[in-house]
Design a binder for this molecule. Structure first.
Ligand SMILES: Cc1ncc(COP(=O)(O)O)c(C=O)c1O
Length: 358
């Protein structure tokens, strides 16, 4: 089956590039004592998770409990949930999940939350491995580095939580357009994380996992001697935001395939709008189509505008590939991936954690 038989809009995976990206990611850390625990908040499919584990990943990260439930049911045991779990409904579901999947790991950045988690696990007779989430500069979640030891000492009194490491994600640096600045800022963030790991270890805590990093920073993170693993996610597919970030050595493996449904003079309308491509990082970029720009023209429509009179004309029924500006939020709009190799279709992959935001 060839591309012409794909109904559009569709999320098209170039398998050759996808596989090359995975190879390149692991190759970049060859010979280093740093494992890869890829983040599946991007790929959202257990098929992708299994491919990464086969390539040598030590486990996976997910952002949400709902994602962990899906990945655990697909046979993946070593899962780190990188977002704090707060509130009775989540703790109830967590207990159910932990009964069958005791290797799931959580992050904690606050004593009150740790106590609530501990109380719930005590009632269930369970224990969970936890990492202290440390704020290394993103100013999102995470205990401030100077307060980490105090929190660790308090958390260590809670019998149902076992502290096994630290997480510090420098998300604010991932797309820094200056390579030098990104590297230097990342090394500074790693110093903060490394110092916390050192302090905790000196106080008798086992620092089995020191986890950090994303697609834009993970090679820099791996330079720090205390980092044990990195968490890149977007590298498998890439998006136009990452493609514009210097020194990120991966290629575009994911596009939204769309059909031209109307044409007039220097404009063409495709069947991919806001419901097919997210816009939080800007508009998509037409692939292999010089002289045309894309912008959304409604929920179901996209506008192609000719900016170069020499550019090729578009006609009704043409298939266009659009490179998403942000993979995570675009993938979350779709039910299926359509993998292809050299233009020949392969069986679809379900995007199982689409919408698993709880
Ligand atoms: C905690 C954490 N780690 C790792 C990542 C992976 O980042 P990327 O997809 O940019 O590689 C993310 C992405 O948001 C994240 O939130």
């Amino acid at each position: 089956m060839r591309l012409e038989f794909v109904d559009t809009p569709a999320l098209l995976v170039d398998l050759d590039v996808f596989e090359q990206n995975i190879k390149a990611c692991f190759a970049a850390l060859e010979g280093k004592n740093v494992a890869i625990r890829p983040h599946l908040k991007t790929g959202k499919s257990s098929i992708i998770a299994h491919r990464l584990l086969e390539a040598g990943a030590v486990g996976i990260c997910v952002a949400k409990l709902g994602e962990a439930e899906v990945m655990a049911a697909a046979g993946i045991e070593d899962i780190l949930i990188t977002t704090e779990l707060i509130g009775a409904p989540k703790l109830e579901r967590l207990v159910k999940l932990l009964r069958d999947h005791p290797s799931i790991k959580l992050v904690v950045d606050n004593l009150e939350a740790a106590m609530a988690l501990n109380a719930k696990l005590e009632g269930a007779g369970l224990q969970v491995d936890i990492l202290l989430d440390v704020n290394v500069g993103q100013n999102r979640c995470g205990v401030m580095p100077e307060n980490a030891l105090e929190l660790a000492l308090e958390v260590s009194k809670l019998e149902h939580l076992k502290l096994i490491g630290v997480q510090g994600y420098e998300g604010h640096l991932q797309h820094d357009r200056s390579f030098e600045n990104r590297r230097n800022s990342c090394l500074a963030a790693m110093e903060k994380l490394g110092k916390v790991a050192f302090e905790l270890e000196n106080s008798g805590f086992e620092m089995r996992i020191v986890t950090t990093g994303g697609t834009g920073t993970y090679p820099f993170c791996s330079e720090h001697p205390r980092v044990t693993e990195v968490q890149p996610g977007s590298f498998v597919f890439m998006d136009s935001d990452y493609l514009a970030t210097p020194g990120v050595p991966f290629q575009s493996a994911l596009t939204v395939l769309s059909t031209v449904i109307s044409v007039s003079e220097s404009r063409a309308i495709v069947d991919a709008g806001f419901k097919s491509l997210s816009t939080d990082s800007g508009f998509a970029t037409p692939k292999n189509l010089a002289g045309w720009t894309y912008s959304p023209a409604g929920d179901e429509h996209g506008l192609l505008e000719k900016t170069d009179p020499e550019a090729v004309d578009l006609k009704i029924g043409d298939l266009l590939e659009l490179i998403p500006s942000h993979i995570d939020t675009t993938v979350n709009l779709h039910d299926w991936y359509q993998p292809q190799r050299k233009g020949m279709l392969e069986p679809v992959w379900k995007i199982e954690t689409r919408g698993k935001i709880q």
